[in-house]
Design a binder for this molecule. Structure first.
Ligand SMILES: Nc1ncnc2c1ncn2[C@@H]1O[C@H](COP(=O)(O)OP(=O)(O)OP(=O)(O)O)[C@@H](O)[C@H]1O
Ligand SMILES: [Mg+2]
Length: 392
């Protein structure tokens, strides 16, 4: 996978970083954005819940839901490159949609509605839906030539693709339509319209859910209904954006069975939907310092050294054992990577070794960006960057 070429290509307009929870989506997005800006592109990165220190490094002190330019000292000398960053504020994005699509009085009613407030801040899927919304807005603004999108910390990578549809089906769904039928048809006329059987049903439901909640939902959906043509169409429109040429998905995983299984599902899903995949980033791998000494030989040497009991033998034995462990770990990671590759031979892979500490400041991001976008061989170790261990 040649990520350097992908980020530098003027034809690449959107990159979406997906993957299971905690694998490095936010860090990868920010690193790639920095690399692309330094390659001369006008980039905006949409981050979601970045770690506090990373947000500070990007100059994002508070959620303001609009991109801010990141000051890059290296880019003052006439390079056209620019980096802008923002953190998604899910509730603000939702509020903005409401305000943009309704009259001021109606917007106020909706924004104050308790059901709306719950939905906009904590409903599962709202964050995914709003990330897509924001992507649509950034794309429409046409201010940047590359948009890099981080995705929410879902359990499954597929949630980014599925949650918006699920949410719009919920809002547009039969259940909600039934529950809100009286409100939509308007008072007593509505009751006649839906019939006595439904009223019994509705009374039971309102016992379970609470009458106030039901009235809140009714009022909210009735207001939304007249506001714009339904959530489903909106979700479909943003989804379509992801299928346009110029959009590229990047799947991030760590060399662990669960994360790679997620990555596999996601890759299959993208190909089923005809969405372009840039490749897999295998993040936080543990390559050993050298592969000249095998795990078994290092273990044996550790024992032999320890038996001599000479000066420094304990330390030497400990160092050999660390190496033996690293070799074994890297071997396991390589087998997991190989299993993924044999299931998906067409998918390019780039491994990114775990750095000693967290990836938090611009220097860390630059270093990670260099590994992501650099040549296939690591010049210092000559290890191919597609592998955890060099081939025998
Ligand atoms: N290559 C790496 N080496 C060391 N630490 C890393 C590396 N990549 C990411 N990290 C660290 O791992 C942590 C999780 O990374 P990140 O927040 O990017 O993951 P995420 O996939 O966005 O998580 P979430 O699903 O919660 O949004 C962070 O503290 C980050 O600094
Ligand atoms: Mg994240």
């Amino acid at each position: 996978m040649d990520l350097g070429a992908i980020v530098a290509d003027p034809g690449t307009r959107i990159i979406v970083c997906c993957g299971a929870g905690g694998v490095g989506k936010t860090t990868t997005s920010a690193s790639l954005a920095l690399a692309a800006a330094e390659a001369g592109r006008r980039v905006v990165v949409l981050t979601i819940d970045p770690a506090r220190r990373l947000a500070q490094s990007l100059g994002l002190e508070e959620l303001d839901n609009e991109p801010r330019r990141v000051h890059l000292p290296g880019l003052d000398n006439g390079s056209p490159g620019e980096l802008h960053a923002m953190m998604l504020d899910m509730k603000r994005t939702f509020d903005d949609i409401v305000v943009a699509h309704s009259t001021p009085e109606r917007a106020e009613t909706i924004l104050e509605n308790p059901f709306y407030q719950t939905l906009s801040s904590s409903f599962a899927g709202t964050q995914e839906y709003m990330a897509m919304e924001k992507l649509g807005q950034l794309r429409a603004a046409d201010t940047w030539d590359l948009i890099i999108v981080d995705t929410p910390p879902s359990r499954s990578a597929l949630d980014f693709l599925d949650a918006p549809g699920r949410m719009s089906r919920f809002l547009d769904g039969t259940m909600i339509r039934l529950l809100t039928a009286p409100a939509r048809a308007g008072g007593r006329a509505g009751m006649r319209l839906v019939g006595a059987g439904f009223m019994v049903f509705s009374r039971i439901i309102s016992k379970i859910l609470g009458g106030q909640l039901l009235r809140d939902i009714s009022a909210f959906v009735a207001a939304l209904d007249t506001m714009f043509g339904g959530f489903r169409e909106r979700a479909t429109a943003t989804y379509e954006l992801l299928r346009q040429p110029g959009t590229s998905f990047l799947v991030v995983a760590v060399p662990e069975p669960d994360a790679l299984r997620e990555a596999s599902y996601f890759v299959d899903r993208l190909s089923a939907e005809g969405m372009p995949l840039a490749g897999l980033v295998l993040n936080r791998t543990h390559p050993p310092a050298t592969t000249l000494l095998s795990s078994t030989r290092a273990e044996a040497a550790a024992e032999a050294v320890a038996e001599t009991g000479g000066e420094g033998s304990a330390l030497a034995a400990a160092a050999l054992r660390v190496h033996a462990e690293r070799m074994a770990l890297a071997g396991r990671e390589q087998r997991l990577a190989d299993r993924f590759t044999s299931a998906h031979p067409e998918v390019g892979v780039r491994t990114v070794p775990a750095s000693a500490g967290d990836v938090h400041d611009l220097d860390d991001l630059r270093a990670m960006g260099a590994v992501l976008t650099g040549p296939d061989d690591d010049p210092t170790s000559a290890t191919p960057r597609t592998r955890v261990l060099p081939p025998r």
